[in-house]
Design a protein around this ligand. Structure first.
Ligand SMILES: O=C(O)C(=O)Cc1ccccc1
Length: 279
């Protein structure tokens, strides 16, 4: 049976995103859970055909670990998934002020930073997944607490449950569906597409970014995000992750990319249906 690699264990937001994708696409894939985002990414094209991992939170921005993996790995983006994200705090203590040790997944930390800032004299420990945080409290001492997906806890599970502790009420995370297979799905009519590329300035030259942006703006191509990541070779050199509206097979997009390729290396990560929050 074909497999999807995601961040485990069962019950993580990545699991929820994977289940959502399986249902929407009517897939019969089995989910294989990994202990970290990195391990799940590494499994794509090996034990699993597909990987589904978080890439961007609407308040915190991109998860660098995932972007950096895309630089080196030969992965293709097949789809995006958007998921509403709500966090609760659970604790074995009855009172918030009795909490001494907090477990929080490293992506969740930034999304609940105001709440975490309201805790005093608490040791904060990063975890790999929100369910790992939950398990620490289920198995741990009285003064332990964890930030967990709200749908992972039920009334009465813990002496203390504080709901909706995320900094922004309409919190959302975007997940990407990755594969090693670069075959583009046939472009559907009446579907809005988005394309992701990495632009690398091979021969560092003045005006590089301005030229790239002009190739898009002069053709009225709408950029939806631009993000720089250090090349990790030397200070001051960056790769640019650029998302824009349109499909790689659209004439204007092909022309823009051909122009950019004259001076820069371009890695196309994929063209996939663009989602809105309700999708
Ligand atoms: O740990 C999880 O549940 C994940 O899937 C990672 C994550 C963390 C915070 C927001 C979205 C996804």
């Amino acid at each position: 049976m074909k497999k999807i690699a995601t961040l485990g264990p069962k019950g993580t937001f990545s699991d929820t995103a994977s289940q959502k994708y399986i249902a929407a696409q009517n897939l019969s894939h089995e989910i294989e859970y990994f202990d970290s985002i990195k391990l799940a990414l590494n499994a794509v094209g090996h034990s699993c055909e597909i990987g589904i991992l978080p890439v961007e939170n609407f308040s915190e921005g991109f998860i660098s670990l995932v972007l950096d993996h895309l630089l080196d790995a030969d992965l293709f983006i097949m789809a995006e998934i958007r998921l509403p994200i709500r966090f609760s705090l659970v604790s074995n203590s009855r009172l918030k002020q009795d909490i001494k040790h907090l477990f929080v997944q490293f992506v969740a930390k930034g999304q609940c930073s105001e709440f975490i800032g309201s805790l005093h004299n608490v040791e904060v420990e990063s975890t790999e997944s929100n369910i790992e945080s939950l398990v620490h409290v289920q198995q741990g001492q009285g003064n332990y607490a964890a930030i967990v997906p709200s749908n992972a806890v039920q009334f009465g599970d813990f002496p203390l449950v504080l709901e909706d502790i995320n900094d922004y009420k309409n919190n959302e995370t975007r997940f990407l569906v990755f594969s090693k297979d670069h075959t583009l799905a046939a472009k559907q009519a009446n579907t809005d597409y988005k394309t992701s590329v990495i632009v690398m300035d091979e021969n560092d030259h003045p005006g590089f970014l301005g030229e790239v942006l002009l190739s898009f703006s002069s053709r009225k191509i709408n950029l939806t995000s631009i993000m720089s990541r250090p090349t990790r070779q030397t200070f001051g050199k960056y790769h640019f992750f650029i998302d824009f509206d349109g499909h790689i097979e659209d004439k204007v997009i092909a022309l823009a990319l051909a122009e950019i390729k004259v001076n820069c290396k371009v890695k196309v990560l994929g063209s996939y249906p663009k989602l809105n929050a309700q999708s």
